[in-house]
Design a protein around this ligand. Structure first.
Ligand SMILES: *[C@@H]1O[C@H](CO)[C@@H](O)[C@H](O)[C@H]1NC(C)=O
Ligand SMILES: *[C@@H]1O[C@H](CO)[C@@H](O)[C@H](O)[C@H]1NC(C)=O
Ligand SMILES: *[C@@H]1O[C@H](CO)[C@@H](O)[C@H](O)[C@H]1NC(C)=O
Length: 445
């Protein structure tokens, strides 16, 4: 391995694969290695045998669950917004041709002990049982404002300066009540906490608008899409892309030790006694444990069921967001469900997840309010994993480390981390002004 690479990427998780694909397209010489003999790292997808091996040890999966290879269970389950940033990245990188998407059936929010469809337009607001009569009218006015909003046209800003007006002030203007703010902030704008209320309202309005526009895109019950056969298809699509642009992939490379010069700058990676030279290292937290710190952990329940989540209008695929306040918690809880309709399980089977940022050491008790919403489950596994963030920013040591995946069941925070890493690695902002309709061929089916 005498040649020098521009970038050596360690780990084939979603974030690392997206980055190696984008960097390859930029013309950089990329070497991508993984200590595992499979794609995906923490964000891999498992068949039934692999799932059992990971969570039940030597036991065999019961026969009634059907064929192992018909399961594609994402370890990091996330839906993408149809017009969202990840879809723009996929179009920019031209990987949509390797992927086949299908719309997600439903998007729901939990409010006062019940599950409701998330209303996102003036018409839906008026129909929604989520709000009382007067509140419906106020919400309708708010949604009309968002629908008409055009950042470049101040006439649509309802007399507000969008850079100084806060989210809280905007909401006060429409006199929305706390429950409405809760679902708009967490289930439409996809904020994970309420700090947005004290930030300029522009970003908040754009997020609500993105939700409504994504919802309109495929005329389904949600703004989300998800690949057939699960997210495991994504790392592989980017690996193929990287290969087309000359990138090299190597799986099953033990150790993958990052080498540094006397100034603490990364200069390469050693595996099995051979060192590959590289100017920059991109990796997940497991490859550079000295440069990350633990910031929390995710508790999750992974379930196999024979029915959709109750009260979700028989949706084969659905997200339910339980805003923190509804359960008196500090973090939101998320329900994710997908089925054989997306080819992630055999006919008649559904895969469901309940996830949250852990606030205790007892996932079973903590996740109970979410698990109770699933009804009877065939099998359930509880798991907790630690979340790490880098303690460096790459400028001094040339090491660019991703943040561990959070508990959200959508891609918004994941893709923001990828874009920030891309900017720190390349010194430029990724141009995402793409033609969104380019993704439509694979989407509609
Ligand atoms: C709240 O969410 C924002 C992003 O929406 C994030 O930057 C911030 O760190 C979060 N704060 C807490 C306390 O989790
Ligand atoms: C339930 O789903 C059907 C399509 O499967 C849709 O036509 C209907 O509007 C949905 N109902 C609600 C309340 O979302
Ligand atoms: C990128 O660099 C900035 C500035 O040094 C830093 O604040 C940020 O955390 C870095 N982003 C990532 C994903 O490391």
């Amino acid at each position: 391995m005498d040649e020098e690479y521009d970038v050596i990427v360690l780990g084939t998780g979603l974030k690392e694969c997206i980055l190696s694909g984008l960097l390859s397209v930029d013309g950089l010489k990329v070497l991508h290695m993984d200590k595992n003999d499979y794609y995906g790292g923490e964000s891999t997808s498992l068949n039934l045998n692999q799932l059992w091996k990971r969570l039940r040890g030597d036991e065999q999966p019961p026969e009634y669950l059907g064929s192992s290879r018909e399961y594609n269970v994402d370890m990091i389950p996330k839906f993408m917004m149809a017009n969202g940033t990840l879809v723009r990245v996929l179009i920019h990188a031209n990987v949509t041709k390797y992927l086949n998407f299908k719309a997600v059936d439903g998007s729901f929010v939990y409010n006062k002990k019940k599950i409701y469809k998330v209303p996102a337009t003036d018409v839906e607001a008026l129909k929604s049982p989520l709000m009382g009569l007067l509140e419906k009218r106020r919400a309708r006015k708010f949604f009309l404002f968002v629908q008409d909003f055009d950042e470049s046209n101040p006439k649509t800003h309802a007399g507000m300066n969008m850079d100084t007006t806060t989210g809280r002030e905007l909401i006060a203007k429409y006199e929305l009540d706390d429950d409405t703010i809760d679902f708009i902030g967490h289930a439409l704008a996809l904020h994970t906490n309420d700090s947005y209320l004290d930030q300029p309202a522009l970003d908040f309005v754009k997020r609500v608008k993105l939700y409504a526009e994504s919802l309109a895109r495929f005329q389904s019950g949600s703004p989300y899409i998800y690949p057939m056969y699960g997210l495991g298809e994504l790392p592989q699509a980017f690996a193929r892309l990287s290969a087309v642009y000359g990138g090299t992939y190597m799986l099953n490379k033990p150790q993958c030790k990052v080498e540094f010069d006397e100034n603490g700058k990364a200069i390469g990676v050693t595996s099995e006694g051979e060192t590959a030279k590289g100017k920059k290292i991109v990796c997940d937290p497991s490859y550079l444990p000295d440069k990350v710190q633990q910031i929390g952990k995710v508790a999750r329940a992974i379930c196999i069921m024979s029915h959709p989540i109750p009260d979700t209008n028989e949706s084969h695929s659905a997200q339910v967001i339980i805003p923190q306040k509804q359960l008196g918690r500090k973090s939101d809880m998320y329900l994710f469900c997908c089925s054989y309709a997306h080819n992630v399980a055999p006919k008649g089977k559904y895969i469901a997840f309940v996830l949250t940022e852990a606030e205790t050491d007892n996932p079973e008790t903590e996740l109970k309010p979410g698990v109770d919403l699933l009804g009877k489950v065939d099998e359930i596994f509880y798991e907790t994993y630690h979340r790490f963030v880098p303690t460096n920013d790459g400028s001094a040591d040339n090491c660019f480390i991703s943040t561990s995946y959070d508990a959200t069941t959508h891609f918004e925070s994941t893709v923001m981390d990828v874009l920030s890493m891309y900017t720190n690695i390349t010194g430029k902002v990724l141009d995402l002004s793409v033609d969104l309709s380019a993704a439509s061929a694979g989407d509609e089916q």
